[in-house]
Ligand binder design. Sequence first.
Ligand code: SF4
Ligand code: SF4
Length: 69
Amino acid sequence: MTIKIDYKKCCWRDGKCSSCSCGGKCVGCVEACPIGALTRKKKLEVDTEKCINCGACVIACKHGALSLE
Ligand code: SF4
Ligand code: SF4
């Protein structure tokens, strides 16, 4: 299994949060990941070498942008 990012649902775009519901700062997947495999760069990126498929980020994302497939 690997983490799949749905960039249409992810509110982190062009290096900033585009959501109208979280005060301009997305908190969720990156903070939930126990091994730091996710990074908010220009867009959200996952280091698939590091990821242990724990699913914590999937649960933490309020926008349903992540899935384990
Ligand atoms: S918590 Fe969800 S919306 Fe926010 S950066 Fe992560 S995947 Fe994107
Ligand atoms: S599945 Fe777990 S290890 Fe992988 S990116 Fe999500 S929180 Fe991090």
